[in-house]
Design a binder for this molecule. Structure first.
Ligand code: NAD
Ligand code: UGA
Length: 463
C-alpha cells in the first residue's frame, strides 16, 4: 500500500510537531493536521511562523519549510478523515474530573468522539494510529466502535505512542531512541504495521523501529513515563535526606549516575516534576492496576506522585519558614513559570502549586517567564479554584523584565531552569532587593558560591 495522504486529529503539542516532522521528511505524503479549536488552527496557519501556537526550538523553521507544500492545518475534520489512508489520533487524554475514576482514570471521551467520527465518515479501508497516550486495551474499544458501522470498511488499529519531551520535541522526533508500533498479530495487522514502518523509515533506521502486539505498545508508554517520573521522585526523596545530613544531592546523583546500570539522566533534583503527562499517566496506571485488584502494584506507583506533591509543598513551606515564618505582604519574585525550560507549556507546573501555597500565606508573587503570558499564569491559578479570579489577579504581578521583577523583592525563587537565569547580573539584582536577600533555587542552576559572595542567602534543593 502506497501512502499518499495522512491525517492527524489533534493539533496540540504532539500532533503539531510530529506531523511537521513527518511532512518534512516525507515530501511525497500530504499531511493534514485537523483540530476543532479554530483559534489554534488559525495560529498554526499564521503567516509568520514565529506565531505558531507551540514554542519548540527548531519547529517554526520546519513548519515554514513544509506548510503549504505537503503540510496543512485545517478545521475540516471530515474532509481530512475521508481522504487519508492513515489517521493518527493525537487528541488530549486528561485525567477524568467527574464520575467513576475521577482524579485518576484517563478521560477517553475525546478519543471515543474521534472513533465515532471516523466510523461515520470513512468510505474506504483505513489504518488508525493511536498516538495519544492511552490505557492498555483502549484499541479494543476503538475497534469495537469502528467495526460496528455496518458499511463494510476495514480498519486496522495500531498503537504508536509518542516519546518526545517538550522543549526538545524536534530533536527527539528527528533522532528518536526508538519508534514503537504495536499491531494486531493477524496478517492484516502485520501488513498495517509495515505500512507505518515504511513512513518512519524515511528518516529512522529500521533497527530503531520496534514492533510489538498492541497491548505491549500501549502499556510500554505508561511504563516509560512511570519509570522516568520514578527516577525524579527517587532523587527528590534523597534530596530531603541530603538536607538533613550534609550530603549534597548533586554529588549523590553524579556518584550513582556513573554506575552504568543506573545511568545519569533524569536524576536532577528539583522543586518537583510538572508537565501534562507524568502525573496523569501514573494516576492512570494506578487506576488500571486497582481495576484488576492489584493493590500493591497500584500503591507502589502512587507513591511517585505522593512524593512529588510533597516536594512541591516542601519548597513553599521552606520559603515561609526561612522568611521568619511569614510571607504576608512580602514580595516573592518567581523566575520561571513553565514546567521546564524551552517550552511555553505550563500544565501541572510546580510553579502553580508553589504560588498557590504562598498566596494562601498572603504573599505577593511577581512572575517573570520568557515565554509565558500573564493571561496563562492567571488561568493556571484560576483552574485550581482556590480563590476568586479577582483575588488571584490581585496577588500576581507580572513583568517582561527579570530585573524589574526582582526589584524590592524579599526573595527570588527559581521555578524553571531557563538558561538565561544563570547569565543575569546577580549583583544588580541583589542591590535592588530587600535585605537579607534570599534565593530559593528550585532547579539547582545558580552558582551558590558566587551568590553567597555577593551577599545572598542561598538555598538550593538537597544541599
Ligand atoms: P493538547 O491538548 O496540546 O492537544 C490536543 C488537541 O486535540 C487539542 O488542540 C484539542 O482541541 C484537539 N481535539 C480534542 N478532541 C478533538 C476532536 N474530537 N477532533 C479534533 N480535535 C480534537 O495535547 P498534547 O499535549 O498534544 O497531548 C496529546 C496526547 O499525546 C495525550 O494523550 C498525551 O498524553 C500524549 N503525549 C503528550 C506529550 C507531550 O509532550 N505533550 C508527549 C507524548 C505523548
Ligand atoms: C515526558 C517524557 O520525558 C517524554 O518521553 C514523554 O513523551 C512525555 O513526558 C509525555 O508523555 O508527555 P515532558 O513532560 O515533556 O516529557 O518533559 P520531561 O523532560 O520529561 O520533564 C518532565 C518534568 O520533570 C519537568 O518538570 C522537568 O523539569 C522535570 N525533571 C526532569 C526533573 O525535575 N528532573 C529531571 O532529572 C528531569
Amino acid at each position: 500500500m502506497k501512502i499518499t495522504k495522512i491525517c492527524c486529529i489533534g493539533a496540540g503539542y504532539v500532533g503539531g510537531p510530529t506531523m511537521a516532522v513527518i511532512a518534512q521528511k516525507c515530501p511525497h505524503i500530504q499531511v493534514t493536521v485537523v483540530d476543532l479549536n479554530k483559534e489554534r488552527i488559525l495560529a498554526w496557519n499564521d503567516e509568520n511562523t514565529d506565531n505558531i501556537p507551540i514554542y519548540e526550538p527548531g519547529l517554526s523553521e520546519i513548519v515554514a519549510e513544509a506548510r503549504g507544500r505537503n503540510l496543512f492545518f485545517s478545521t475540516e475534520v471530515d474532509k481530512a478523515i475521508d481522504e487519508a489512508e492513515i489517521i493518527f489520533i493525537s487528541v488530549n487524554t486528561p485525567t477524568k474530573t467527574y464520575g467513576k475514576g475521577k482524579g485518576m482514570a484517563a478521560d477517553l471521551k475525546y478519543i471515543e468522539l474521534c472513533a465515532r467520527q471516523i466510523a461515520k465518515i470513512a468510505k474506504d479501508n483505513k489504518i488508525i494510529v493511536e498516538k495519544s497516550t492511552l490505557p492498555v486495551r483502549t484499541a479494543e474499544a476503538i475497534k469495537s466502535i469502528l467495526d460496528n458501522t455496518g458499511n463494510g470498511v476495514q480498519f486496522q488499529i495500531l498503537s504508536n505512542p509518542e516519546f518526545l519531551a517538550e522543549g526538545t520535541a524536534v530533536q527527539d522526533l528527528l533522532n528518536p531512541d526508538r519508534i514503537l508500533i504495536g499491531g494486531d498479530t493477524s496478517v492484516e495487522g502485520q501488513k498495517a504495521i509495515q505500512v507505518l514502518v515504511e513512513v518512519y523509515a524515511n528518516w529512522v533506521s529500521e533497527n530503531k523501529i520496534l514492533t510489538t502486539n498492541v497491548w505491549s505498545s500501549e502499556l510500554s508508554k505508561l511504563t516509560a513515563n512511570a519509570f522516568l517520573a520514578q527516577r525524579i521522585s527517587s532523587i527528590n526523596a534523597m534530596s530531603e535526606l541530603c538536607e538533613q545530613t550534609g550530603a549534597d544531592v548533586n554529588e549523590v546523583a553524579k556518584a550513582i549516575g556513573m554506575d552504568s546500570r543506573i545511568g545519569s539522566k533524569f536524576l536532577k533534583s528539583s522543586v518537583g516534576f510538572g508537565g501534562s503527562c507524568f502525573q496523569k499517566d501514573i494516576l492512570n496506571l494506578v487506576y488500571i492496576a486497582k481495576s484488576y485488584g492489584l493493590n500493591e502494584v497500584a500503591d507502589y506507583w502512587e507513591q511517585v506522585v505522593i512524593m512529588n506533591d510533597h516536594q512541591k509543598r516542601r519548597f513553599s513551606n521552606n520559603i515561609v519558614q526561612t522568611l521568619y515564618n511569614t510571607v504576608a505582604d512580602k514580595k516573592i519574585a518567581f523566575l520561571g513559570w513553565a514546567f521546564k525550560k524551552d517550552t511555553n507549556d505550563t500544565r501541572e507546573s510546580a510553579a502553580i502549586y508553589v504560588a498557590d501555597d504562598l498566596i494562601n500565606e498572603q504573599a505577593k508573587i511577581v512572575v517573570y517567564d520568557p515565554k509565558v503570558s500573564r493571561r496563562k499564569i492567571l488561568a493556571d491559578l484560576d483552574y485550581l479554584e482556590t480563590r476568586t479570579s479577582e483575588e488571584n489577579a490581585d496577588s500576581i504581578i507580572t513583568f517582561d523584565n527579570p530585573y524589574l521583577s526582582c526589584e524590592k523583592a524579599h526573595a527570588v525563587a527559581v521555578l524553571t531552569e531557563w538558561d538565561e537565569f544563570v547569565q543575569y547580573d546577580w549583583q544588580k539584582i541583589y542591590d535592588n532587593m530587600q535585605k537579607p536577600a534570599f534565593i530559593f533555587d528550585g532547579r539547582n542552576i545558580l552558582n551558590k558560591v558566587a551568590l553567597e559572595k555577593i551577599g545572598f542567602v542561598y538555598q538550593g534543593i538537597g544541599n
